[in-house]
Design a protein around this ligand. Sequence first.
Ligand code: XBP
Ligand code: MG
Length: 250
Amino acid sequence: MLEALLWDVDGTLAETERDGHRVAFNRAFAECGLPWLWDVPEYGRLLRVAGGVERLLAYMGERQDAPLESAARERLARSIHACKNRHYAMLVEHGGLEPRSGVRRLIGQCLSQGIVLAVATTTSRGNVEALFPQLFGTRWRELFRAVVCAEDAPRKKPDPLVYNLALERLGCTPGEALAVEDSPAGLAAARAAGVACLITRSSYFAAADFIGAAWVCGNLDAPVELSGTIGENMDVPVLRAIHALAMAAR
Ligand code: XBP
Ligand code: MG
């Protein structure tokens, strides 16, 4: 039985990678006096590394103008990252991001039909606390029974830690949950925790392979064809059917 929906944040709830973190990283580079600029395709390439600090360190490994010594690199990555998060909070507080299609609707339907919700993200808690009031209003905490972030799960996706912790906090088994993700790393993390995964493709992963996903859609408002029946969009009966199919295939 499907009891819980576990939500990824970046790319799944909103286009935060392309329109939020990327833009904020560029503002932080400028503020730190660095000539670095991540355009849309370049940031897509860098997204293979999960975690903002980890992504910066990987990028510095490719740059001649990054500090040579690893402790100095780490210090610079942490200070750019802190600056990026300040810019990210300012950007979202000025209304720069909207929820993706169907996100608010499906959250409301789940809550009214007895499915509990949690967040399982690689991003820092401060970013969730800046973003969620903009997406869901000031009472957003009432929507999610557990919110598991980078500070709780320092091993980033595709490591399953964030999903293991979310399940533990909800008191659910992996077989009672369904993850909603937009990226191959997110899918791998959910699967490694034994959780079936629904993919809603974000702009960066429009053409990615999602082998092993329970279901793949372009967005949660797209019509769904399941067992010969076309539904209007991703709703709770469809979620239950997708989850049941994934469980039967095990
Ligand atoms: C996505 C990530 C994050 C964000 C940036 O996490 O990998 O690193 O790109 O956030 P998810 P931070 O899709 O699991 O929400 O700078 O806080 O790492
Ligand atoms: Mg994501």
